[in-house]
Design a binder for this molecule. Structure first.
Ligand code: FAD
Ligand code: SIN
Length: 532
């Protein structure tokens, strides 16, 4: 089956939604979501969006904070562009899409997070993501030009001669492969946190867009730069639940099991030190003590304030028997944000014609080597909006989407009861060795071991991928293995410690600034419907 539209948008988080809403003013949009339309990192965002809304603050200070966190790898002109556009795009959310941010005494309440020298984080209590995702989805559902395809998983792009014509997509409900053709295809598939055993990311974050675009031949950069959030809830039944940095911004302290505060040993800014430093400090404490977690303590604050400011966290922790107004919260670091990704400009241009990339899947060099808290929703919003402008120009120049037929996709025939066991084993194995060998602290030896393990897993995947019937888990596994391979290869290429990348073999920063860049060579390139 074939679906043809002016714009194909793969991903329905904040970047895909804002892009789709704006592109729909120019033409027809097919908006894909691999699960339900609300599922993605955006929905789970807690802290908020960073933008200059206070008279005491300025764009220049926001830029400087961003550059300081980015540890040398941010592009200043990109930071200037994104921070400058921030107030305008955030105001549009309020005016055009009815997004309601928390107010205090009639003014927008601005939160503080690590690395920010000013209060500049707009939030909806601790449910910012729910507010953004639901309001933007409501708007997309009302837009006549947008057709929403939930439970549709993009498998591969169809490119020819470095031009993109759309994508092969698997309809999970019908079990069928479809061809989506478009004048402009936009990747808004989010990050790859699921490559790690412990992550704050939801299940859809398997790096599909990055893997697809790599297979199609575009440039991928800085994949080793994975940001670990210091505080995700540690509880056997809590899957990927974040405790926002904003809680430390409101005075929560990190303590060990005996109640001793430890961040003063590591950084003058203590709990509000940059994220990489807080995560590594917790990792060091846990390795030294052998404990399973450290703890966040907000019990010294007025319980009414805690319940009002962090209602979702309060309720959720209560379901696990933890009353955060009176008890310590057990926390551990978790893989949180994919800083590297598809090399893209702030308007989403990639190295493939008519293919744009936005949001967490893209890397514009805004975040450098370490992302400043709450700067990712901002980047997704600014770049999603700018990309819609560029996409509309491309669409007008290209005219109607090309009618050329896609080569037929071979969906595979065989079914095997062993298949799921192999998929699960490979999936668990990748996530475990990525956590242990390619996590918060890395070394040459650990990376070598990870490469070795991955080679074995990739050989197994290649052996059965094309024979067996397409299954969403198999698609996820193939992409997860691909992004793991990219992360390891880039980590080996960064022979220094900078930002979120820390290697005990190269503990210092290099004098030279560089990005790690990967592009499948033409010799390695694989026809889209043949072997991986
Ligand atoms: P996402 O919102 O992740 O959406 C990805 C979309 O792509 C989904 O719709 C998914 O279904 C779809 N998709 C993926 N693969 C495919 C495929 N193969 N086919 C079809 N569709 C596909 N950042 C901040 O700035 N402030 C915060 O407070 C904040 N809090 C966070 C809290 C948590 C728990 C997490 C996980 C992240 C947080 N972040 C925060 C980061 C931020 O939420 C994300 O970077 C941002 O939401 C990413 O938006 P996105 O549009 O790029 O992708
Ligand atoms: C948080 O609320 O701590 C997450 C903010 C972010 O990742 O930017």
């Amino acid at each position: 089956m074939r679906v043809s539209s002016d714009f194909l948008v793969i991903g329905s988080g904040i970047s895909g939604l804002i892009y789709a809403l704006k592109a729909a003013q120019c033409g027809t949009v097919s908006l894909l979501s691999k699960d339900q339309i609300t599922e993605g990192s955006t929905f789970y965002a807690q802290g908020g969006i960073a933008a200059v809304f206070d008279e005491k603050d300025s764009i220049d200070i926001h830029v400087e904070d961003t550059l300081e966190a980015g540890d040398g790898l941010c592009l200043r002109e990109v930071a200037q562009e994104i921070c400058s556009d921030g107030p305008k795009v955030v105001q549009e959310l309020i005016d055009n899409y009815n997004v309601k941010f928390t107010n205090k005494k009639g003014e927008i309440d601005l939160g503080l997070e690590g690395g920010h020298s000013q209060r500049r984080v707009l939030h909806a209590q601790d449910k910012t993501g729910i507010e953004l995702q639901t309001k933007l989805v409501d708007a997309a559902k009302k837009e006549q030009n947008i057709s929403i395809f939930e439970n549709h998983v993009a498998i591969n792009l169809f490119t020819d001669n470095n031009v993109c014509f759309g994508a092969y997509v698997y309809d999970k409900t019908k079990g069928k492969i479809m061809n989506f053709q478009a004048s402009v295809t936009t990747i808004a598939t989010g990050g790859a946190g699921k490559a790690f055993l412990v992550t704050s990311n939801p299940d859809v974050c398997t790096g599909d867009g990055i893997a697809m675009v790599y297979r199609a031949g575009a440039k991928i950069i800085n994949m080793e730069l994975i940001q670990f959030h210091p505080t995700s809830l540690y509880h056997p039944h809590a899957k990927a639940f974040l405790i926002t940095e904003a809680m430390r911004g409101e005075g929560a302290k990190l303590v060990d099991k005996d109640g001793n505060r430890f961040m003063n040993k590591y950084h003058p800014k203590k709990e509000l030190a940059p994220r990489d430093i807080v995560s590594r400090s917790i990792d060091a404490e846990l390795k030294a003590s052998g404990d399973d977690s450290v703890f966040l303590d907000i019990t010294h604050k007025d319980p009414a304030f805690v319940k009002e400011r962090f209602p979702m966290i309060y309720e959720r922790c209560l379901t696990f028997g933890i009353d955060i107004t009176a008890q310590l919260i057990p926390v551990v670091p978790a893989a949180h944000y994919t800083i590297g990704g598809i090399k893209a400009t702030t308007s989403g241009e990639t190295t493939i014609k008519n293919l744009l990339a936005i949001g967490e899947a893209a890397c514009t060099s805004f975040h450098g080597a370490n992302r400043l808290a709450s700067n990712s929703l901002l980047e997704a919003l600014v770049c999603g909006s700018k990309a819609a402008k560029l996409g509309s120009t491309i669409c007008i120049d290209t005219g109607a989407p090309s009618k050329r037929p896609f080569p037929k996709w071979d969906p595979g025939e065989a079914e095997d009861s062993d298949e799921m066991v192999i998929i699960k084993q490979n999936w668990d194995e990748i996530r475990r060795f990525m956590w242990n060998y390619v996590g918060i602290v890395r070394s040459n030896n650990r990376l070598k071991r990870a490469s070795h393990r991955l080679d074995i897993v990739m050989k197994e995947i290649n052996q059965f991928y094309w024979d067996f019937k397409i299954h969403p888990h198999l698609l996820d596994l193939r992409n997860l293995a691909q992004v793991a391979e990219l992360i390891i290869r880039c980590a080996k290429g960064r022979k220094e410690s900078r930002g979120v990348h820390y290697s005990i073999d190269f503990p210092m920063k290099s004098d030279v600034l560089y990005n790690t860049e990967l592009q499948i060579s033409m010799v390695d390139r694989i026809p889209i419907n043949e072997e991986l």
